[in-house]
Design a protein around this ligand. Sequence first.
Ligand code: DAH
Length: 353
Amino acid sequence: MSAMEHVAAPDPSQVEAFALEAERRVVAAADLESLESVAAELSGKRSPFVAWKRSLATVDHEGRRALGQVLNGALARVSAAVESRRAILERAARDELVAADRLDLTEVVPAPGAGHLHLVTQVSEELEDVFVGMGYEIADGPEAETEWYNFTALNVPRDHPARSMQDSFYLAAGDRESYLLRTQTSPVQVRLLERGVLPLYAVAPGRVYRRDTADARHLPVFHQIEGIVVDRNVTFGDLAGTIDTFVTAIFGTGIESRLRPAYFPFTEPSAEFEVTCTICRGAGCRTCSQTGWIELGGCGLVHPAVLEASGVDPEQWSGFAFGFGIDRLAIMRHEIEDIRSFVENDVRFLAQF
Ligand code: DAH
């Protein structure tokens, strides 16, 4: 038998006073750790309640019942105080954890060494912004196209060399219509016109594919942006003004644009548009073959055959279209020597922009 410590039976007021003080200390516990140590001291095995209950044996029957009730009541109040304080502190601890763990997904924190958008994507988005500012919508179309959209509806003759297997990537998909990877963004013109919602002001940036061998100025996969406007009484002057506006927006002042006669099956008349050579600023250099100008893209008034193929009445509506390479524009603006740098994934190159 272990030695029993004999404690005299307490006075009820002593118990009540202890319980009151115990509740006060429990409520004052600032964190879970101090709460548990206070709880062990005031209501656990080492608390006076244990000795006090033992002392009941020394009290007569009547007194034992009364004191027992006082002890039980007091212990229950202290225990309840511990419970409720524990719940409060646990919730606070959990809230703190959650707050520390919180990720604000709307926040962009530029961490050192973090990546950024590829230059071609940046230029593409800049172009979108310029045209949205002029009231254009942004459109897109599939990269796997049918011959109809990529060539036929665009008035490209059946025997045109661009249609040949040497120039286009044809896909072995279905036999009724031939599918190919679009060689230009111009098929989006037809898809937009087919919607039958006029007037139409839209640009469509996107990836295009040609069976070209990569060299300093060509990639077999590159990006173009197509523009199309169809409205009443659209003139060549509207086209020239539009090209001038976006060339200034993208290159800044000092770089001008000019149009030179050209041929495209889907426009009539057609033109190439050139911009001031960004290397020599027009003075003449090797890059621009001493002309002071560099070709950027093609444009013209939409051919009536294209409008007709898309279900638009050429007697009622007229329009202009243009298209050019986004990668080409980027190498011109940033004086990049070799367009292949865009796909070599050398971060020392990419990080410059
Ligand atoms: N699709 C032509 C190309 O890839 C560029 C082009 C020329 C687009 C004239 C046009 C246009 O919309 O009117 O070379």
